[in-house]
Design a protein around this ligand. Structure first.
Ligand code: T5A
Ligand code: NA
Length: 213
């Protein structure tokens, strides 16, 4: 059989990790892979800098504006909420979404600044839960060597060390820890296998679930 049934849907695949861990490189390759298989897929990223909320975030990240830590946390969350219904529509229509950063980034980066962990999680409650989180695990020192950090606000080694610790408190059953220090092609192959399995499960009618499940 095709494995598809009336509850068949696309998979919500999230890539997470420190700045420069290779998320963008790997999301692009995953999209190409799925397109090659003829599977409907789209590449999304957060922050989505194209919306008006996203533009406020972008200006903050590039140090062109200052915002209170709580305020920017809620903007990152609002930026996911404004895409939530489209996300659900796409998944239900059978499209797999490859998402570069999601709620885990929101909590990891804000709590690394010292904000309360549970307070950081609260505004994410009710967003769609990923079917799989691909955590690209890399030592902060090694990420910092890659092409050099640009000028963005969080691209500092000391801060990235704290973010790595925050991420450790966010693992759940949907996480796969990927060794991201390996060559691009090795990581790419491992991700293809994980995502193919994940898509099959969703095509068989695995229900959508919600954060923080
Ligand atoms: N943020 C985000 C929050 O605080 N709260 C939130 O809710 C969200 C969603 C912007 C910032 O916002 C924060 C987190 C971020 O600090 P962003 O725009 O996604 O987020 O910025 P970055 O994640 O920093 O994007 P980068 O482009 O820096 O990192 P990537 O995408 O992880 O890495 P990539 O693929 O661009 O690769 C980086 C370099 O390494 C090389 C690449 O060629 C490139 O030069 N590379 C490798 N080299 C060797 N071996 C490999 N396996 C390699 N893979 C890639
Ligand atoms: Na990126």
């Amino acid at each position: 059989s095709s494995g598809a049934n009336s509850d068949s849907r696309g998979a919500l695949v999230v890539l997470e990790g420190l700045d420069r861990c290779g998320k963008t490189t790997q999301s692009g390759r995953l999209l190409t892979y799925l397109e090659g298989l003829g599977h409907p897929a789209e590449l999304w990223r957060f922050p989505d800098r194209s919306t008006s909320v996203g533009q406020m975030i972008s200006s903050y990240l590039s140090n062109q504006s200052q915002l209170d830590d709580h305020t920017v946390h809620l903007l990152f969350s609002a930026n996911r909420w404004e895409k939530r219904s489209l996300m659900e529509t796409k998944l239900k229509s059978g499209t797999t979404l490859i998402v570069d950063r999601y709620s885990y980034s929101g909590v990891a980066f804000s709590s690394a600044k010292g904000l309360d962990f549970e307070w950081c999680k609260a505004p994410e409650i009710g967003l769609l839960a990923p079917d799989v989180v691909l955590y690209l695990n890399i030592p902060p020192e090694k990420a910092a060597e890659r092409g050099g950090y640009g000028g963005e606000r969080y691209e500092k080694l000391e801060f990235q060390r704290k973010v790595a610790q925050s991420y450790q408190n966010l693992h759940d059953a949907s996480w796969k820890i990927i060794d991201a220090s390996r060559p691009v092609e090795d990581i790419e192959k491992q991700l293809q296998e994980i995502v193919s399995d994940c898509i099959k499960t969703c095509q068989k009618g695995k229900p959508l679930s919600f954060l923080w499940s």
